[in-house]
Design a protein around this ligand. Sequence first.
Ligand SMILES: Cc1cc2nc3c(=O)[nH]c(=O)nc-3n(C[C@H](O)[C@H](O)[C@H](O)COP(=O)(O)OP(=O)(O)OC[C@H]3O[C@@H](n4cnc5c(N)ncnc54)[C@H](O)[C@@H]3O)c2cc1C
Length: 443
Amino acid sequence: MPTHQVVVVGAGFAGLVAARELQTAGIEVEIYEARDRIGGRAWTQERMGHLLELGATWVHWMQPFIWTEITRYGQGIYPSPDSDRAYWITGGEVHEGTEAELDAILSRPQGKIFEDSREFFPNPHEPLRVLDQDYDGPADLPRRFRAADRGGVLDVLRHGEYSQEEIDLCDAYWSAGYNGYTATGSPLMAKHWASLSDHRLSLLDEQTLRFKLTNGMKGIYEAIAADLICPIHLDTPVRKVGHGGDGVRLTLDGGETVEADAVIVTAPIGALRQIEFSPGLSEACRTVVDQGLNCTGFKIWIKIRGHHSLIAYAPTGNPIALIRSEYFLDDDTTILVGFGPDHTRIDLQDSEAVQEVIRRWRPDLTVLDCDGHDWVADRWSGQTWATPRSGQFTDGWHHFRETGTRLHFAGADIAKGWNGVVVDGAIETGITAARRVLAELRD
Ligand SMILES: Cc1cc2nc3c(=O)[nH]c(=O)nc-3n(C[C@H](O)[C@H](O)[C@H](O)COP(=O)(O)OP(=O)(O)OC[C@H]3O[C@@H](n4cnc5c(N)ncnc54)[C@H](O)[C@@H]3O)c2cc1C
């Protein structure tokens, strides 16, 4: 094959892996990255005296693509700690118990939220399989599947069978999980997560919140970058992508243009409005970009005085939905990790405001410091981990998988397996987009 040039937009996991795949096949690659660093929504940095993950943290061996990278680069994992005490707010009151008691209350309503996950996702890595013409399922399955994409994730609990406590606990759990409001999050996403976790809540919890990387996410994204011989141009946003049947032309921030045989754009859906496409994106894609996804929330790190082993939940209305003790430091402090549905409801650096919220669970705790990155306000992400709004599971991410030109999209947001949510999906699409480009160039 004669030498071809391919441009990759973005140096997050999808972009780095796509570049590695292309480079291995002998393609000339260049990466253009808007920020002054690689990693994208994975960002390991020292904050508050500890190495923290401002974006992605947890990984699992049931996530095949990230596990391959962990193995490839000889990285290790270790578990997050269990919590001694659990606190949950329901009906305006704080309840206290063990984590096992909290999990026991969650289990029945979560079973309802997961209902039909086996039937809807016979192969979780082909999440829209039951909509295929050739899928041999019950005649009404496509209709039921599409109906489950509507409304909010807690709607199935609101018919009198479930207590306010059960609903409030699920609300807190999924406000963190969707990293957005539960009322607008597509119920299909929760069922898809269940199918990726053998339909078991315990395995889902283990996959999403249990094992961290010994060297952090940085240990992997820096190792992939070290394998690349191609240039990674930092601080170089791509402003315009012209694309046709046999090539692409990119315009960079300063007006400079770059021509190539193909481009793989890995910018998150929330950042695509920063790029002008010519010809423009399909109407279906534009609609998704204009609507935005459901992930309007945040992740926060909070340092408190003393060693406290706890987990706490609060439903919509409380700025923080979930906190959990993550690190116990030698200077007799604890670092908690927290999640909430709306980044406008809290200033991630405002210790006094965070103290106010923490007091609702435990008036005796003293907040010393807090930190985080506002990914929704950041124009190079515009969102946190991608979670679909009502209707977007069946009418959203998959529109970006085929453009008919030499423009290709990749990124966790459009992954088939762990769609949107984890690094695993970013790696999946980095590989598959690069393989599509290679096949195209070989034709
Ligand atoms: C707070 C938070 C917590 C998370 N927790 C976890 C977790 O525990 N486990 C897990 O596996 N995953 C987690 N995730 C999800 C995970 O971080 C993402 O799925 C994954 O990192 C996405 O990789 P990506 O390459 O698809 O996109 P990104 O990492 O967003 O990379 C895209 C890159 O494109 C660049 N870019 C954007 N626009 C342009 C432009 N116009 N020109 C040039 N470059 C551009 C961006 O700067 C970025 O570097 C979390 C995410 C967040 C935000």
